[in-house]
Ligand binder design. Structure first.
Ligand code: ZN
Ligand code: ZN
Ligand code: ZN
Length: 308
């Protein structure tokens, strides 16, 4: 269970893998085999949470004066991954008890979806009545993704419990006291025509960009300006190099080697996430992992926190 600093906005990594996590279903590679055999080596699909423990505005007391009134923390998830049941429980300390149900955690204050791929929406059924049973959960996504989920009959019992909050490209939502989340459209494989976004998250002191999936840096002319403008940039690092793919072209993701050479000058803010199970930077002490650290890039680890 994770703990958080008081009176702060904290972004926390709850998973650092490509959609399928580690181990990967049906994979017998050395990394997946090791993770099947040793639960300590399991890694969850890429996910971020934002936790706001700031004291709320002063409230007036009876008979004059004011008191700093602390409400419960606000907790938001970015993406609902197939590992959501483990990721939700990492937040147990800050979610706290469900107001009505014994031995249950309170639901989060909202879930933001980046796009429709399995690793990013695959945890939604876990919020349905067979499992967490949310009620009126705010769900932020592109208008087309909201519509796709609403129209998916298979999920209709869950859909009835969601409070859809469509966010058109470039739209921002103010979550209170200067915590603002903005949807930033990015190019990414899009089978349903519902779009993919990164989220720009502005806290009281720092800003963070969460960009788990993008097809290529070349197809996103705003890359340089957007990454330059934030304090922390969590970016797609699915594949390390062409070598890992047996010389094949990457499957619509930038290579880590390319990301490092393009953004060397921004290394101070760059954090790599969404790693495929084949990615050599998963192996501590490997040539690839060493090269990432020598370039002063960081590799996201579950539990890493950024004060915003
Ligand atoms: Zn993904
Ligand atoms: Zn594998
Ligand atoms: Zn994707």
């Amino acid at each position: 269970m994770l703990t958080f600093r008081d009176d702060s906005v904290t972004a926390v990594i709850l998973g650092n893998m490509q959609d399928a996590g580690l181990p990967h279903a049906g994979c017998t590679c050395a990394r997946c085999t090791a993770a099947f055999q040793n639960p300590a080596q399991v890694q969850y699909a890429a996910c971020l949470a934002v936790v706001d423990t700031r004291k709320k505005r002063n409230t007036e007391l009876h008979g004059g004066g004011t008191e700093g009134h602390r409400e419960r923390a606000s907790v938001y998830l970015v993406d609902a991954t197939p590992d959501i049941k483990f990721q939700m429980n990492l937040l147990a300390g800050v979610l706290g008890e469900h107001p009505q149900r014994r031995n249950r955690l309170r639901q989060p204050d909202g879930v933001f979806l980046t796009h429709a791929h399995m690793g990013h929406i695959g945890g939604l059924p876990q919020l349905s009545k067979e499992a967490m049973f949310v009620n009126g959960l705010p769900l932020y996504a592109t208008p087309a993704l909201c519509e796709l989920i609403e129209q998916t009959r298979l999920w209709s019992p869950l859909v009835a419990e969601l409070d859809f909050r469509p966010m058109p490209s470039g739209a921002s939502v103010d979550l209170g006291d200067g915590l603002v989340v903005t949807a930033v459209p990015v190019p990414h494989r899009d089978e349903w025509g519902v779009g993919t976004v990164a989220y720009h998250i502005q806290g009281s002191n720092q800003s963070l960009l969460y960009l788990p999936d993008i097809d290529s840096w070349d197809e996103w002319p705003e890359a340089e300006a957007t990454l330059s403008s934030v304090d922390v940039a969590l970016v797609d690092a699915s594949f390390y190099s062409r070598e890992e793919l047996g010389g094949r072209a990457p499957v619509a993701h930038p290579l880590v080697t390319d990301t490092i050479s393009r953004f060397t000058h921004l290394a101070d803010r760059m954090v790599l996430t969404h790693l495929n199970h084949t990615n050599m930077i998963l192996d501590v002490g490997s040539v690839a992992e060493t090269a990432v650290h020598q370039a002063n890039f960081r590799i996201a680890q579950t539990g890493d926190q950024f004060i915003l």
